[in-house]
Design a protein around this ligand. Sequence first.
Ligand SMILES: NC(=O)C1=CN([C@@H]2O[C@H](COP(=O)(O)OP(=O)(O)OC[C@H]3O[C@@H](n4cnc5c(N)ncnc54)[C@H](O)[C@@H]3O)[C@@H](O)[C@H]2O)[C@H](O)CC1
Ligand code: K
Length: 519
Amino acid sequence: MHLVTPESMREMDRRTIEAIGVPAEVLMERAARGALDVLLTHFRPSPGARIGVLCGMGNNGGDGVALATMLDHLGYHPVLVLMGTPERFGPEAQRFHKVAENLIGDRHQLNGLDAAGVRHALSSLPPCQLWCDALLGTGLDRPVEGRFASAVKFLNEQPAPVFALDTPSGLDGRTGQVLGICTQAEVTATFGFPKIGQLLDPARGFIGMLCPIDIGIPARVRDAVGVEAFALDADWLKGKIPARPTHAHKGSVGKVALIGGRAPTTGALTMAARGALLGGAGLIFPGTDPQGALSARTIAELMPRPIFGDAGELHADALSQLLDKSDTLVIGPGLGTDQAARQALRHCLTATPRPTVIDADALTLLAQNRDLFQAACDLAACVPVVLTPHPGELARLLDRSVDEVLSDTVAATRELLARISAVIVHKSAATVVAASDSPLGLNRTGNPGMATGGMGDVLSGLIAASLNDHPDNPWQAAAIAVCVHGLAGDAARKKVGTRATTPGALLDELGGVWRRFEA
Ligand SMILES: NC(=O)C1=CN([C@@H]2O[C@H](COP(=O)(O)OP(=O)(O)OC[C@H]3O[C@@H](n4cnc5c(N)ncnc54)[C@H](O)[C@@H]3O)[C@@H](O)[C@H]2O)[C@H](O)CC1
Ligand SMILES: [K+]
């Protein structure tokens, strides 16, 4: 699924009309017809049902007017409400409104009314079985206040469900933030391509089911304007898991070293190592302290090496030997942030370069130590490096507040990308995967059951294994791992429920996910 910013969508719309010659009202009609199909399939209104259509005065409102005429044609009872006078519509919307004037008796105009007046007028209407929100679309350019806020509140207070045209009114399609107030939709029919923000939070909570409508934007227009992102989901994953060569052996499919797991957070590294193991790596060497090694030994396939002593000190020679054995490195889960941890990270970043996943405590150390961050930048200049921050870690790396990071997750991810030429996996309920030479990946797999400690550790191991499978495309390696991780989480939730979706339950489902997608 291609994803775009509202600006790009508007540009594609403009070029389709001006350069290709598709009349604007044809696009509007396709949008409305697509929305009609979604409405009928999803809501199954009863014959003759009253269906409210609340329209702003831009083209989103025009889509609403066109939809109302189609509902009338099918024998339903549209209740068409305009926020202003039809003269304020653009030419296409005016044309559909002329038709509506001749067909639809139940028409209302709220021009000249303040917020209280809008509320009173809407509350006086007899109840509808369904409300269509055609107030504001991609033209949203300021917070929703006053009379529009009143209209949004009215929709949100109705017992009837809300069907959003293009987007719930009030959502910023670029960032996914609510500007002022926003309608709570059960279903959203989005026109052209889904907007990036629609896959992010908090937008996802307002959109309900997202149904993209093909309005006939030609591929050449799409490619000339450019899509900014892809949704990472089962469709995207198809065909991307390569077959393993018949002559594969344990030394040829990835030797992964993992550094961390020091007492008392020994389990973190074992989780990461299990991720690497079930991600398909051939040999797995956790480098840890004596207690961490005990934890790792609970999994027979792992080969832990003590690289820290009983007093927590780093044994640099042991670390060097471990690195020499490995193709790929994960550093951070359960590493700690003390002096020995710093030494270990510096050692790893300045040793012979190998693809490296930097996670958890190692990210905190990068944020605290300018020289270590510089070493990571130098490493990233010669081999694939993947950074996997959650919003708190990203905030530390950018020296910003977590709220600032959350207010525009994509921009924050890109800000880090401008400082280090790595793959950034910004982990959240809607994980963003970014690299400077690739589009964004926005993950659509996974579920709230995955809000459990250890999930991120499993992911870092999976990414390391995936880097061995896709050595020339680290963005794709990381995106595949993120997508597979979420699919396994979804399979786990199906089996054990949301609350029991532990990292262990997720790991148990990885096999099923690979079986579905492996070539
Ligand atoms: N994607 C496509 O190719 C197509 C999209 N269509 C629909 O058109 C809208 C975008 O239309 P546009 O006229 O540009 O914008 P809006 O309808 O969203 O609204 C513009 C209108 O609203 C005012 N406004 C902006 N913010 C606010 C606010 N917070 N409060 C009040 N008023 C606000 C602004 O000043 C303008 O006057 C797109 O979403 C699709 O639904 C086409 O129909 C088909 C092709
Ligand atoms: K809308």
